[in-house]
Design a protein around this ligand. Structure first.
Ligand code: NDP
Length: 274
């Protein structure tokens, strides 16, 4: 039996084991998805163990997606452009990094029925989009959005990290702009919450009128307060973190196993419909 690990901190409440273990069982694959709670100072040792043990690969989550990049033997081009790795494949003691968050984000946007009529295809072109956060997930979203939009803003608790993101992510000469946290003012046409705000019952956009699109990456068994408020607000289209989680997981599964992911089995393993 080979294992697949989830490397991060904290990982205890992750919904990924249910999805991946249901998919392995459905396809009769002798693998097991396991949580590996990993503090910053344990990351190097955990990767060394991956190289030596019977491990197919891993997902990498908060807070290691950026740090892990320089510890791997090889990094795929897209993950390098994003500057973050969320999936590792282990082959012959070599660790290869990929990023499936960007794919998951785009699939989740595509899959979401819109609450107001809109042109088909990718939703944003001239709209002003605000990303909250400047970590690994924000990087994947920023690259994806810059490929389709001229106006991408980043607000982060630590502005220096937002500045670093802006310096390293660019599409055809376009870069995001760093803006202050949107307290008491409108966040434009769309907002992406790429922070963990919402996990503990707090609302990422308190006191702010919601834009037409609310995309909350936080994948939780219960809807986050932001998703609840957005669903209760007329004409707001909401993308729930569970949908992105499903699609990024399917792509990661395919990288580890080389076979198509049983998407509907994985969807059914989630705690609520998406
Ligand atoms: P990182 O550790 O790379 O980045 C975390 C980001 O959140 C940083 O910008 C950090 O700001 C910010 N942050 C952390 N705590 C707070 C807080 N209390 N208030 C304001 N900002 C805060 O994590 P990831 O980018 O990997 O993950 C971010 C979130 O996105 C997580 O909740 C994760 O579960 C979710 N996610 C969901 C996915 C899905 O498929 N649905 C996929 C990927 C991520 P600072 O720089 O100031 O510390």
């Amino acid at each position: 039996m080979s294992q697949v690990w989830l490397i991060g901190h904290p990982v205890a409440h992750s919904l990924s084991p249910a999805m991946h273990n249901a998919a392995f069982a459905k396809l009769g694959l002798p693998h097991r998805y396991e949580l590996k709670e990993t503090a910053d100072d344990q990351l190097v040792a955990t990767l060394d163990r991956m190289r030596r043990e019977d491990v197919l690969g891993a997902n990498v989550t908060i807070p290691h997606k950026e740090a892990v990049l320089r510890l791997l033997d090889e990094v795929d081009d897209e993950a390098r452009r994003i500057g973050a790795v969320n999936t590792i494949v282990s082959r012959a003691e070599r660790l290869i990094g990929y990023n499936t968050d960007k794919y998951g984000f785009e699939k989740a946007l595509e899959a979401q029925p819109r609450r107001i009529p809109w042109a088909e295809g990718f939703p944003f072109a001239d709209d002003r989009i605000l990303i909250l956060g400047a970590g690994g997930a924000a990087r994947a979203c920023a690259l994806s959005l810059l490929e389709h939009s001229n106006n991408v803003d980043i607000a982060n608790r630590d502005p220096a990290r937002a500045e670093a993101l802006v310096r390293s992510i660019e599409v055809d000469g376009r870069r995001p702009a760093v803006v202050p946290w949107p307290r008491g003012r409108e966040p434009g046409d769309a907002v992406v919450n790429a922070t963990p705000l919402g996990l503990k019952g707090e609302e990422a956009l308190e006191d702010v009128r919601l834009p037409m699109w609310v995309i909350d990456l936080v994948p939780t068994a219960e809807e986050t307060p932001l998703v609840k408020r957005a669903k209760a607000t007329e004409n707001v289209t909401v993308v729930d973190g569970l949908s992105m989680l499903l699609h990024q997981a399917a792509r990661s599964f395919e990288l580890w196993t080389g076979v198509p992911a049983p998407l509907e089995v994985m969807r059914a393993a989630l705690p609520r419909p998406v």
